[in-house]
Design a protein around this ligand. Structure first.
Ligand SMILES: [Zn+2]
Length: 82
């Protein structure tokens, strides 16, 4: 009897492992938004590419810019003033 329970338990663990491995590829839910497929923007200051959602948006002279950090934004603005 115990063997049967163990067998069912092993089967359940195995099944959940398999379904866990297959599920992320099959589901199309935008729940876990990874960097894949996201718009990449360039930081004009340090020329780093980063996802748009992580970037700091700034409007300089009517142009939309994206920065990786506030430091880059500040440095870029200072460079523009010269
Ligand atoms: Zn930067």
């Amino acid at each position: 009897m115990i063997k049967l329970i163990l067998l069912i338990l092993c089967g359940f663990v195995f099944y959940s492992m398999i379904s866990g491995l297959l599920r992320p590829k099959q589901s199309r839910k935008p729940k876990n938004r990874s960097n894949e497929g996201e718009i990449m923007v360039e930081d004009p200051q340090c020329h780093t590419y980063l996802p748009q959602s992580d970037a700091i948006k700034a409007n300089i002279n009517g142009q939309q810019y994206y920065f990786c950090s506030k430091k880059c934004l500040r440095e870029y603005k200072q460079a523009q003033k010269k």
